[in-house]
Design a protein around this ligand. Structure first.
Ligand code: SAM
Length: 255
């Protein structure tokens, strides 16, 4: 017999989820991509019409004249500096990943989709993930975008998004940067060959390498150098960029 399950839909900020600890087997999320899309401002266009048409049916969802903006996780620079926007985004994303970790059952799985062309956009995601407690176990690029979409017109937009798979489990304590570098080199060498064969190229190749690198350093609570300095995403990504450039040149010139 077919059982029809009616899903429950809730509206809340990702930074304050209305669920108890250890509640879900899996969480799947597509968070905002740094400064890519001003979601709430775009939503205003539809919101004012929806409010007129169905506002009386869902008064709690349409209580404000325009969409609420104060808890939106976007790196806006219209009211703050670049540095402040980046800090705000990183902090809010960290809170929402910590919430995911809290509501997942032990060994539960989280899939986080992300796409951004700039290292800055990735730095914030990686720092937030490293501080969330989640352990990254895999990452794959998946072609998700239509070539003809408006966002791709006259811009070098990415064709793929990176699907980052995480678990709620114990992390390995400290990874030593020198050893992590060796591990990264070996891992990226293999994985980039595979991705290249599967047709990932251009900007997507570099971005997929970042995803693959997270598989290595995302399993440690923190990465440190021998002098005791904590290595954050900017340093890790600098090294990944060197490795990808080397790999790209070796693949491109061997043809
Ligand atoms: C990449 S988009 C998701 C797009 C969606 N997967 C789709 O296909 O339509 C990110 C979404 O996160 C929402 N968002 C921003 N801040 C949020 C917050 N604090 N809590 C929950 N969602 C938020 C944005 O409004 C936007 O809809």
């Amino acid at each position: 017999m077919n059982v029809i399950r009616i899903p429950n839909v809730f509206q809340a900020s990702a930074t304050e989820l209305p669920f108890p600890d250890n509640y879900f087997d899996a969480v799947f999320t597509d968070p905002p991509y740094y400064d890519n899309v001003p979601y709430s401002y775009l939503s205003d266009f539809f919101y004012v019409w929806l409010k007129r048409a169905i506002g009386d049916l869902y008064p709690e969802l349409f209580s404000t004249p325009l969409t609420p903006k104060s808890k939106e996780i976007v790196a806006y620079t219209n009211n703050r500096s670049w540095e402040e926007a980046k800090e705000y985004f990183e902090e809010m994303l960290k809170k929402s990943f910590q919430e995911i970790n809290r509501i997942l059952k032990p060994n539960g799985i989280a899939v986080i989709v992300y796409a951004h062309k700039t290292t800055s956009g990735w730095e914030t995601l990686i720092n937030s993930l490293l501080d969330s407690g989640l352990v990254i176990t895999a990452s794959w690029p998946i072609n998700t975008e239509m070539k003809a979409r408006l966002r791709a017109k006259e811009s070098a937009a990415l064709a793929s998004s990176i699907y980052i798979v995480c678990r709620k489990m114990e992390r390995q304590p400290t990874g030593w940067f020198n050893e992590v570098k060796e591990e990264l080199k070996k891992h990226l060498n293999k994985k980039l060959d595979r991705l290249w064969k599967e047709g990932i190229s251009g900007a997507d190749f570099f971005i997929s390498a970042i995803g693959s690198a997270i598989e290595v350093f995302g399993k440690y609570e923190k990465v440190m150098d021998y002098e005791g300095n904590v290595i954050r995403a900017d340093k890790l990504l600098e090294y990944v960029r060197e490795l990808v450039t080397e790999k790209f040149e070796s693949i491109a010139f061997s043809k």
